[in-house]
Design a protein around this ligand. Structure first.
Ligand SMILES: Cc1cc2nc3c(=O)[nH]c(=O)nc-3n(C[C@H](O)[C@H](O)[C@H](O)COP(=O)(O)OP(=O)(O)OC[C@H]3O[C@@H](n4cnc5c(N)ncnc54)[C@H](O)[C@@H]3O)c2cc1C
Length: 383
C-alpha cells in the first residue's frame, strides 16, 4: 500500500469530500473503505441525494444544476440562511449547536458549488419536492430543492470518478481497527482486510466512518432499550468502532447521542434491510395524506403536524414504541393517487386493499415483522 500525506477512513459522502479537498491542496490521499467495492458507498449510497442548501431561488440554482426543460415552468422560492436556521431549530426543538448550525447554513451553498466543480452533478428534485400547479407548472416547497443526479447511487458514482481524476487511492475491503498514537499524536491506523492485517501511517488521519447505527449494542446503549431491534435501512458497515477509538485517543464527544434519524419503512418487504437495489424506495413517507394507526387501531402521531420533510425522520421512534414495533398507514381512494409512485408503486410493497374499513384484509399480510423494527405496514382502503 502507498504511503500517504492524508489517510481518510470511510468511503461515503464525507470521506470522499474530505479526500477531494485534500487532493485539491496537492496532498497524496489514501482512502480506506471497509466494504467490498460492489457494496460500498456507505449510507450515502442509500440516500435520495437530497441536499438542503440555502439559496436565492431558481435563477441562482440554474447556475449549477443540470439543465432541465421544466425549469422555465418552475417556481422555486428562495431558501434564506435565516429560514434554514429556523428549520434546524424547529426540528431539533432548539437543541441545535449554534456554531455547527452556522457552518451548515452558511457553507452549504458554497460547498455544494465546490462539489459540483469537482464533477458531482445536481438537479432540482421534481419528483419529491414539487407540486404540479393548475397551469401545468411546478411549485417547489419545504426548502429542500436540490439533489444529486441519480440519487445516492449517482452521488457515489460521481465521487468515485472525481477521486480517480484527482489521484486519490481508494482501498476497498479494508477496515480500520484502531488508531496508532505516538508522542500524543495520531500517526496512522491499524487495519484488517479479508487477507490480513497491517498498519498505515500518514501525516493526517481523517475519520469519516459514519455513526454507530449498525451496532445493536451501541444503539441500545445510547438510544435506549428496544433500539437494538430497530432495522438498519442503510449500510451494515457503520458499527462505530472508530468513534470508540477516537474517544479512547482523547477526542471530544459532540452532539446528542440519544436521538437519531429514524423513519417509517416497509415492515413486510422480504428484503427491507440494507437493500442495495431498492435503497430509499422502502421509505413510506406518504402518511401526511392519510392516518397512521397501531395494531390496536389507535393513532399515535400527528400525521399532518408539518410538511413530511420536517416530521419523517422522528416518527420512526414513535413507531418503534408501538406493539410489535409496527404501524399501519391508511389511505382512501382520494389520497391513494397522490402517493409517490417511487415509494408506493414499487415492486413488493406491502399493501392490503379493502373496500370498507370493516372488511378484513387478506390473511397473512398482518404478521409481525419480527422483534422490533422502525417499520410501517401499509393498508389502503378503497371506498
Ligand atoms: C435510506 C437513507 C436515506 C437517506 N436519505 C438522505 C438524503 O436524501 N439526504 C441526506 O442529506 N441524508 C440522507 N440520509 C442520511 C445520510 O445517508 C447520511 O447523513 C450521510 O450519508 C452520512 O455520510 P457519511 O459519509 O458520514 O457516512 P456514510 O455514507 O455512511 O459512510 C461511512 C463509510 O464508512 C465505512 N466504515 C465504517 N467503519 C469503517 C472502518 N472501521 N474502516 C473503514 N471504513 C469504515 C462504511 O462502510 C461507510 O462506507 C439517508 C440515510 C439513509 C440510510
Amino acid at each position: 500500500m502507498t504511503k500517504s500525506d492524508v489517510l481518510v477512513v470511510g468511503g461515503g459522502n464525507a470521506g470522499f469530500a474530505a479526500a477531494l479537498a485534500a487532493a485539491e491542496r496537492g496532498r497524496k490521499v489514501v482512502l480506506l473503505e471497509k466494504a467490498q467495492e460492489a457494496s460500498s458507498g456507505g449510507n450515502s449510497f442509500y440516500t435520495a441525494g437530497a441536499t438542503r442548501i440555502s439559496h436565492d431561488g431558481l435563477q441562482e440554482l440554474i447556475e449549477f444544476v443540470e439543465p432541465d426543460e421544466r425549469h422555465a415552468a418552475s417556481e422555486v422560492p428562495a431558501y434564506t440562511p435565516a429560514e434554514y436556521l429556523a428549520d434546524l431549530s424547529k426540528v431539533s426543538e432548539g437543541r441545535n449547536d449554534p456554531g455547527l448550525s452556522a457552518v451548515l447554513v452558511n457553507e452549504s451553498n458554497p460547498t455544494l458549488r465546490w462539489l459540483q466543480g469537482m464533477g458531482l452533478k445536481y438537479r432540482l428534485m421534481y419528483e419529491r419536492q414539487a407540486y404540479r400547479t393548475e397551469d401545468g407548472g411546478y411549485l417547489f416547497w419545504g426548502g429542500l430543492h436540490v439533489g444529486n443526479v441519480g440519487g445516492g447511487k449517482g452521488l457515489m458514482a460521481d465521487h468515485r470518478a472525481a477521486a480517480q481524476r484527482m489521484g486519490v487511492e481508494v482501498i476497498y475491503d479494508c477496515a480500520a481497527t484502531g488508531l496508532i498514537q505516538e508522542d500524543g499524536r495520531v500517526r496512522g491506523v491499524r487495519y484488517r482486510t479479508s487477507t490480513g492485517e497491517g498498519e498505515l501511517r500518514a501525516e493526517s488521519v481523517i475519520l469519516a466512518s459514519g455513526g454507530f447505527e449498525a451496532s445493536p449494542e451501541l444503539r441500545r446503549r445510547h438510544l435506549g432499550e428496544g433500539w437494538q431491534n430497530a432495522k438498519v435501512r442503510g449500510t451494515p458497515g457503520n458499527t462505530g468502532e472508530m468513534i470508540l477509538a477516537a474517544l479512547d485517543a482523547g477526542a471530544a464527544r459532540g452532539g446528542d447521542w440519544s436521538t437519531c434519524h429514524s423513519v417509517a419503512w416497509d415492515a413486510w418487504h422480504p428484503e427491507n434491510e440494507s437493500n442495495l437495489e431498492l435503497t430509499n424506495q422502502l421509505t413510506r413517507g406518504g402518511y401526511p395524506l392519510g392516518i397512521v394507526v397501531n395494531s390496536e387501531g389507535k393513532r399515535f402521531v400527528d400525521e399532518g403536524a408539518d410538511y413530511r420533510n420536517y416530521t419523517y425522520a422522528k416518527y420512526g421512534r414513535d413507531i418503534l414504541a408501538q406493539a410489535g414495533s409496527a404501524a399501519f398507514q391508511i389511505f382512501d381512494s382520494s389520497s391513494r393517487p397522490m402517493l409517490r409512485a417511487e415509494e408506493y408503486d414499487m415492486p413488493g410493497v406491502s399493501v392490503v386493499t379493502a373496500s370498507t374499513l370493516a372488511e378484513p384484509g387478506p390473511e397473512g399480510r398482518h404478521q409481525s415483522p419480527g422483534a422490533g423494527g422502525n417499520s410501517a405496514g401499509l393498508q389502503c382502503f378503497d371506498h
